[in-house]
Design a protein around this ligand. Structure first.
Ligand SMILES: Cc1cc2nc3c(=O)[nH]c(=O)nc-3n(C[C@H](O)[C@H](O)[C@H](O)COP(=O)(O)O)c2cc1C
Length: 344
């Protein structure tokens, strides 16, 4: 008989295997791991990671149960893919240096990509640069037949195009760049220098692929508008989980102004500090079309491989479902700023 998973056992197993790289805290808020990059933390003081969690928890929602909505619909579709949930796995790579030797890159890729797929969701994969490690992610994506590939903003565009081509051959349904990786010195040390991209370069890269093109790492209205003008299909409001620049605002604080300007023109995703279905719902109410979860899914992978990742995405989706009942939202399109509490 299949073993059922419970959260406490999953976390205890993950804590053991992560061996101090992640403390698997009661709330994953960036305090215990501040400054641990490489590792699981946020860069510098860890303020940007912590701010993501704080900004979300400062938002309060309205409880409403006088209505007739009894079975809300959490399904959605992105990039032509029908999904059970708007909650997806964020791209996360380089497991040996970030999370220790408890899981190989191949095991982690298999757990994140297969687990997301089993939950009716979509995994986003990153760009470890190392060819063998990238192949592990491509193979995992190939097996389930779909995924989203986010490549580092390398100065060498041929390298980006080659990575896009490999992703396309292995089932990617969209590709993009994490432009907030523009300052990563480690990439230069590995022989793949990175840097910011102009609107013209984004347009060229977007036109170089037949797949939808995404820019991840947008925190200002100006950058978001430049992306839209460059013909980008989707953006991710993200500060890379606070791993690249200290003292940014939380993504929940950056999102509303960006959504106000661009909602409906480009697809808007967001990540950073999302730890529950209610957090996901808050982000949707602030204007996101879909959300990505990062670190907690590493805990899921370490705790119970693909089943652990499936368990957590299902758990968040069930929480989202329950919250939609208690806020009177029949489907994801019904979630908007009306569910957010405003003090008079
Ligand atoms: C260990 C680790 C590795 C990551 N690697 C990448 C990456 O390769 N590409 C990328 O775009 N983002 C990467 N990120 C950032 C995540 O995609 C995401 O933006 C962030 O983790 C979301 O915040 P959360 O972890 O608080 O949910 C990484 C994050 C972590 C923790």
């Amino acid at each position: 008989m299949k073993k059922t998973i419970d959260l406490l056992t999953l976390k205890a197993e993950a804590r053991k295997k992560l061996n101090g790289y992640c403390r698997v805290c009661p709330v994953c808020d960036g305090r215990a791991c501040a400054g641990e990059v490489p590792g699981m933390g946020g860069t510098g003081t860890g303020a940007s990671f912590m701010e993501n969690v704080k900004a979300l928890s400062a938002i309060k929602v309205n409880l409403s149960a006088v209505h007739d909505i009894i079975s809300p619909d959490t399904t959605t579709s992105f990039f032509g893919q029908q999904l059970e949930t708007p909650i997806m796995a964020a791209p996360m790579v380089n497991y040996p240096i970030n999370t220790g030797s408890g899981l190989t890159e191949r095991d982690a890729a298999e757990a994140i990509v297969t687990g997301s797929h089993l939950a009716g969701s979509l995994a986003w994969i990153g760009d470890p640069v190392d060819t063998a490690m990238y192949s592990s992610w491509l193979e995992a994506m190939h097996k389930v037949g779909r995924g989203v590939a986010i490549i580092k903003p390398r100065l060498n565009h041929d390298g980006i195009l080659e990575a896009f081509a490999k992703a396309t051959q292995n089932g990617a349904v969209a590709v993009g760049l994490d432009v907030d990786g523009a300052g990563l010195i480690t990439m230069k040390l590995k022989g793949h220098p990175v840097g910011p991209k102009t609107s013209e370069q984004l347009r060229e890269l977007s036109q170089s692929t037949n797949l939808p093109f995404i820019v991840k790492g947008i925190m200002t209205v100006q950058d978001a508008v430049k992306c839209a003008e460059a013909g980008v299909d989707a953006i991710v409001v993200s500060n890379h989980g606070g791993r690249v620049l200290d003292h940014t605002c939380g993504t929940a604080d950056a999102l509303p102004a960006i959504a106000k300007e661009l909602k409906g023109r480009v697809t808007i995703f967001v990540d950073g500090g999302i730890r529950s279905g209610v957090d996901a719902l808050k982000m949707l109410a602030l204007g996101a079309d879909g959300v990505l979860v990062g670190r907690p899914l590493i805990v899921g992978a370490y705790g119970a491989n693909a089943e652990g990742v499936r368990f957590l995405i299902n758990k968040y989706t069930e929480e989202l479902y329950a919250a939609m009942i208690l806020m009177g939202c029949a489907n994801l399109h019904h979630i908007d700023s009306r569910i957010l509490f405003e003090k008079l």
